[in-house]
Design a protein around this ligand. Structure first.
Ligand code: NAD
Length: 308
């Protein structure tokens, strides 16, 4: 742990108290940080207050005395609107000079770089630190943070992140955290489709799921999609397949992240084939009933198309 006290970080305005934000804010408070929360949805504010997060009535009130503005929003468009303000002053204008804007949402790489640019131009500091680990990791304080930040801002951010997570990877300058996150999740989406196709093929060829698992998990096809989040029930008791694909990591979030990966592939001029295909497959899965199911539920769609 870093040798600083929570008071050294100053007040944290925590904006976006949803599935992830609320438990992250609770962990900061439990560790002694001075946190004030806000969410645009009154029910989220109510739930956060019940969980022990002191909340105020507006985002501008929250950021007024803040040293750090931590955001956990659904999208980059929402983040940029909040920074700039829509029909009134935004967060950048309302925060004290040199505030550290720490965005933990998963957003487009280009939007993350734009957010950093406008924060710096307004006299503030900026870092992107998207997470992996889901709601379970947010509650347990075991998230992984992928950081895009200047070296000089790391010392300020690290004590907060160490409370909310167990692994912090400094990926590079502004936007690098988001870049790493979408590269990882693009690979995850592709590998889950591959794992699901392998298990459906195994079923068709008369293999038991356990026999195929025993081979893949100790052979060159081994991957997280098989050994931790196995798309068939049985071999990995904790995988969502054992509870009818209750997430876990929801299909809607995988579709969102693959959409961000698709933007980045196009932007960067990468002649990828599997990333765009995975994005299409998960968009369809989410649109046709899979949005609230674990992304490993893609196997039921593959099985369905393989009948007859
Ligand atoms: P969520 O929709 O539950 O929470 C987002 C919250 O932001 C909502 O409560 C919403 O009302 C609030 N909000 C929107 N605009 C706001 C504004 N202008 N000011 C204040 N609050 C505002 O989403 P979530 O599941 O908590 O995810 C948050 C982010 O984390 C997303 O970017 C998501 O992609 C990412 N993420 C989620 C998971 C997961 O498992 N849920 C895992 C990794 C990353």
């Amino acid at each position: 742990m870093t040798e600083t006290s929570p008071a050294d970080s100053g007040r944290i305005a925590f904006l976006g108290l949803g599935h992830m934000g609320e438990p992250m804010a609770v962990n900061l408070i439990k560790a002694g940080f001075d946190v004030v929360g806000f969410d645009v949805v009154p029910a989220a504010v109510g739930a956060a207050r019940d969980a022990g997060v002191p909340c105020v009535d507006s985002a501008l009130e929250a950021v007024a005395g803040a040293a750090v503005v931590l955001t956990m929003f659904p999208s980059g468009a929402i983040l940029l609107d909040a920074y700039r303000g829509v029909g009134g002053p935004g967060l950048l204008e309302s925060a004290p000079p040199n505030t550290l804007f720490l965005d933990c949402s998963t957003i487009d790489v280009a939007q993350a770089r734009e957010a950093a640019e406008i924060a710096l131009a307004a006299g503030h500091r900026s870092a992107d630190a998207p997470v992996s680990g889901g709601v379970v990791g947010a509650e347990a304080g075991t998230l992984t943070f992928m950081m895009g930040a200047e070296e000089t801002d790391l010392a300020h951010i690290t004590p907060l992140l160490e409370v909310m997570g167990k692994k912090i990877v400094h990926c590079g300058g502004h936007g690098a955290g988001q870049a790493a996150k979408i590269c990882n999740n693009m690979l995850l989406g592709i590998s889950m489709i591959g794992a699901a196709e392998a298990f459906v093929l195994g079923e068709k060829l008369g293999l038991s799921n356990q026999a195929l698992y025993d081979v893949i998990s100790t052979s060159s096809g081994q991957c997280w999609a098989v050994t931790t989040n196995c798309p068939v029930p049985g071999p990995v008791p904790t995988s969502p397949a054992n509870r009818d694909y209750v997430p876990g990591f929801a299909g809607a979030l995988m579709a969102k992240d693959l959409g961000l990966a698709l933007n980045a592939l196009e932007h960067a001029g990468v002649a990828a084939q599997l990333g765009p295909l995975a994005a299409r497959i998960y968009r369809k899965f989410a649109d046709e009933g899979g949005a609230g199911r674990d992304f490993s539920g893609i196997i039921t769609e593959i099985r369905g198309r393989s009948e007859g």
